[in-house]
Design a protein around this ligand. Structure first.
Ligand code: NAD
Ligand code: UGA
Length: 467
């Protein structure tokens, strides 16, 4: 079975870049990415490649090569499904906000809608690939919907595969072009091999893992849980370092050189953000409780609890260090995205930390190289202020176009995202614009402590017991 036409439902952070790379590497396959969001599709079709809806280093070049050749972005969902022999489902699976499992379980309404669209529109043999991150056993629900459609029309048949995506934002193109592994779970060997053949255009055979459906679905949730657990572990150690005079970077190096532990994902910081870690762990917690494993649920839930605590802890210590009050004080926030090299702010640590500081009455001047002010307003649930309202003591925020503008008159700078531009700032010059005594709270440990101190700033660095 050779795949000639791929349809991907969902033109988001995963669907767009993943399909762009598949189209780039498989010029003989027609790849169409469809979405119900017209504005998003228009942005993917924008002639100006700097205006794609997702910012990822290298994405513009990949889209530039494939779009108009064998890569298309469209809102014609049903027509594209009808002509495809493989349909990826790459839609959002956020945490449910109400009803059964609210706050933990995944909201599968968009995935179910896709299954029903495929059931209605597909023709002939169609391989349906779960690309979204899903609770274990979701494939059973998708199969039930598709089998009902098959009974109505014997000309059609379906196979369901699980092919979770492991890309990280900011490095999506690199991760897609040189993945650690590609995971394909399924029951039908021919369908598994058809998808493996797509990836084998550029991925070594040894890196294409085949499993059963449930192992594949569960591996995605647990991979994210393990990664997030490392961050909560190192952040817990950071707090202990601050209390004892140790330095978390030295501890991370010491433990990370043990080859069984490894050096990656040991950067202490303001806690993990991003659309997936919290959502996927909470989903895992829900599944554990559902399957009668409350102790396992509690174990994973503590990873999220530690993360939330770390974010509140940082906001609280800023208040404490600034003489117990930030009411009416100007604070410069460097970085709003959940990590560097992305414009994504979903679950960004900055949201909770800025939220706490606004609650305390601070005036925030927020700088980020990629995040739009409209997004900040949505996240902070508050429009930008025309001017700082120092007298009323009500917390407010304003966009700063430059770091210089952000720090003018500020009592403190908080670095919340590790953008490269924050690594080698002229701290002497910036300090000169601030009100003394002035602080730098470096939650990402990107600034050079010696330079910061030489500039006359008082420094707090995450996990640094010397300050
Ligand atoms: P996203 O919100 O950026 O994109 C999802 C898109 O699906 C949206 O544009 C939405 O309009 C579209 N959509 C929803 N229902 C639709 C329907 N019925 N028909 C057509 N289009 C529809 O989401 P994302 O970040 O790309 O994540 C997608 C999935 O991939 C999630 O399950 C997520 O957990 C998983 N994932 C995300 C990442 C990441 O880095 N963002 C990494 C790995 C896995
Ligand atoms: C993460 C995983 O790394 C991907 O494999 C997975 O596909 C993806 O989730 C997903 O399922 O959505 P992503 O959230 O894009 O990718 O980014 P990460 O690099 O994992 O960073 C997540 C958060 O952890 C960021 O806020 C980052 O700043 C933080 N982090 C990461 C740390 O605080 N310390 C570290 O050492 C590493």
């Amino acid at each position: 079975m050779t795949i000639q036409r791929i349809c991907c439902i969902g033109a988001g952070y995963v669907g767009g870049p993943t399909m762009a790379v598949i189209a780039d590497r498989c010029p003989e396959i027609e790849v169409t990415v469809v979405d119900i969001n017209q504005a998003r599709i228009d942005a993917w079709n924008d002639a100006d490649l700097s205006r794609l809806p997702v910012y990822e280093p290298g994405l513009d070049a990949v889209v530039g090569r494939a779009r108009g050749r064998n890569l298309t972005f469209s809102t014609a969902v049903e027509a594209t499904v009808a002509s495809a022999d493989m349909v990826f489902i790459s839609v959002n699976t956020p945490t449910k906000t109400k009803g059964l499992g609210a706050g933990q379980a995944s909201d599968l309404r968009w995935v179910e809608a896709c299954a029903r669209t495929v059931a209605k529109a597909a023709t002939g043999h169609t391989i349906v690939v779960e690309k979204s991150t899903l609770p274990v056993r979701t494939a059973a629900a998708i199969k039930t919907i598709l089998e009902a459609a098959q009974e109505d029309d014997q000309q059609r048949c379906f196979s369901v595969l699980s092919n979770p995506e492991f890309l990280a934002e900011g490095t999506a193109i690199r991760d897609l072009e040189a993945p650690d592994r590609v995971l394909i779970g399924g029951e039908d060997a021919a369908s598994i091999e058809a998808l493996a053949a797509v990836y084998s255009h550029w991925v070594d055979e040894a890196k294409i893992l085949r499993t059963n459906l449930w192992s594949s679905e569960l591996s995605k949730l647990t991979a994210n849980a393990f990664l997030a657990q490392r961050i909560s572990s190192i952040n817990s150690v950071a707090a202990l370092c601050e209390a004892t005079g140790a330095d978390v970077r030295e501890v991370a190096r010491a433990i990370g050189t043990d080859s069984r532990i490894g050096p990656k994902f040991l950067n202490a910081g303001p806690g993990f953000g991003g659309s997936c870690f919290q959502k996927d762990i909470l989903n895992l917690v829900y599944l554990c409780r559902h399957f009668g494993l409350p102790e396992v649920a509690d174990y994973w839930e503590s990873v999220v609890a530690l993360n939330t605590w770390q974010q509140h802890r940082i906001a609280q210590l800023v208040v404490q260090k600034l003489f117990g009050t930030v009411t009416g004080k100007r604070l410069a926030i460097f970085g709003f995205a959940f990590k560097a090299d992305t414009n994504d702010t979903r679950e960004a640590p900055a949201i909770r930390i800025c939220g706490d500081l606004l609650e305390e009455g601070a005036q925030l001047a927020i700088h980020d190289p990629k995040v739009e002010p409209a997004q900040m307003a949505r996240d902070l649930k508050q429009e930008a202020a025309a001017a700082a309202d120092v007298l009323s003591g009500t917390g407010s925020w304003a966009l700063a176009e430059s770091v210089e503008e952000a720090v003018s008159g500020a009592d403190a700078v908080l670095i919340l995202t590790e953008w490269n531009v924050y690594r080698n700032l002229n701290w002497a010059e910036l300090a000169g614009r601030m009100r003394k005594p002035a602080w730098l709270f470096d939650a990402r440990a990107v600034a050079d402590p010696a330079v910061v101190r030489a500039a006359g700033l008082t420094l707090w660095r995450v996990g640094d017991g010397e300050d």
